[in-house]
Design a protein around this ligand. Structure first.
Ligand SMILES: [Zn+2]
Length: 405
């Protein structure tokens, strides 16, 4: 802890160059004040890091979820956020409600050496275990071009001198370790397959364990699809029809059932988040999907706003772009449906999980009279859900082809 603060102080003081003695004094005082406000907290279940304190409608951009019980050095940033001091050069933000005050031995915050790494095939997933003496914060990113997963472990130095990789791996081609900054260890996992079916990351003891899911059969038969009907209950009506005042929650549920029926007719197993008009938090929806081990998730909504119209699909992680694209392409085949676009890095909570591909479908605008006139009709809803089903099938075809290359 003291070492960390000292380093920040040094940077603050040295960084100001040839400032006058008086400026030196005030900068040193400010730096000391900042250092005094640094405290140690521990992450709680469900915590995530944000890359900015930007606060648009759905909150600041998320860097990713992070395990519980990781000690973090933080300082106040805004009313709701702490700034997380990941290293001298890197920081992130975390909601204050996602951490708890804690007392830890000062040496817990010291830079620590990483330990051995083991990569094994566990049947449904490849498992990567990175040994550490204490839990450290991490950021994981999955890339599509090239197919890689990059794990940055903050407050660590590479001492992984033993990285076992079994020969029967299905998802992982190999793993390499890089020490870029002297207190960030980076593991690069080169992946075998072009398409992604998700991964989880969590600490088991002090070992960081990443499970990369193997691809399912590329067919709707046996595929487990999570279908989410947006909103629900007395508080969350969603958008209202401009002319009819129909509630979005009602249309979403109607379409979720149609999509369920269409997918099941082709052999898929469907898990609905909500199956009636009840309130359900985003965390509850995500938990239900995780418990049921879904292979992919589609969330159904209707849009609203200004004079805009058209259909659109949304993803957060780049590896889910193709699924959002095949669904959008199919929806755009319907006569009278305009394009509102394919939207990436979208901050919707149900797009955030990395455990399965997730796409949000904003069918049409309830605030636009012509869109509204179409989407309130049952036949039209069913047509849209048929196109979503076709989009998923096109994605499975794409996966089959892409993974063979
Ligand atoms: Zn909505």
């Amino acid at each position: 802890m003291r070492k960390l603060i000292t380093t920040f102080l040094l940077i603050a003081v040295v960084g100001q160059g040839i400032a006058s003695a008086q400026e030196n004094d005030s900068l040193a005082t400010a730096a000391a004040a900042a250092a005094n406000s640094v405290k140690i907290v521990k992450t709680l279940q469900g915590a995530y890091l944000n890359s900015s304190c930007g606060n648009d409608r759905l909150g600041g951009s998320k860097m990713g979820f992070i395990s519980a019980d990781i000690p973090l050095a933080v300082e106040p940033a805004t009313e709701d956020l702490y700034k997380v001091l990941l290293s001298e050069e890197r920081y992130a933000y975390i909601p204050k409600e996602m951490v708890a005050d804690t007392a830890v031995a000062p040496e817990t915050m010291d830079v620590c050496p990483t330990q051995s790494v083991m990569v094994s095939n566990e049947g449904k997933y490849d498992r990567i275990r990175i040994g550490l003496p204490v839990r450290k914060p991490y950021i994981i990113r999955e890339n599509s071009y090239p197919r890689q997963m990059v794990i940055e472990l903050f407050g660590t130095q590479n001492n992984s001198n033993w990285m076992t990789q079994y020969t029967d791996l299905e998802a992982v081609e190999n793993i390499e370790v890089i020490q870029g900054h002297s207190n960030i260890t980076t593991y690069v996992i080169n992946l075998k397959k072009a398409t992604s079916w998700g991964y989880s990351a969590d600490y088991e003891g002090n070992n960081l364990v990443i499970k990369i899911k193997h691809a399912p059969e590329f067919s709707l038969k046996g595929l487990v699809v999570g279908v989410d009907a947006g909103h629900g209950g007395p508080q969350s009506l969603g958008a209202l029809g401009r002319n009819t005042k129909v509630t979005e929650k009602e249309l979403n549920l109607s379409m979720a059932y149609m999509l369920k029926e269409l997918l099941e007719a082709q052999g898929a197993k469907v898990v609905l988040s909500r199956s009636e008009d009840v309130a359900m938090s985003m965390t509850e929806r995500k938990e239900k999907f995780l418990q049921n081990n879904i292979d992919l998730m589609i969330s159904i909504h209707c849009n609203a706003g200004g004079t805009a119209r058209g259909t659109s699909t949304y993803y957060k992680h780049i590896q889910n772009r193709e699924l959002a694209k095949t669904i959008l392409n199919n929806l755009l085949e319907i006569d009278g449906v305009n394009e509102f676009g394919l939207v990436g890095n979208f901050n919707f909570s149900l797009n955030a999980p990395t455990e399965y591909p997730a796409v949000l479908v904003e069918t049409l605008f309830l605030s636009h009279p012509e869109d509204e006139a179409m989407i309130i009709k049952k036949d039209f809803q069913k047509l849209m859900m048929k196109k979503v089903t076709e989009g998923i099938k096109d994605y499975l075809k794409y996966c089959k082809k892409a993974d063979k290359q």
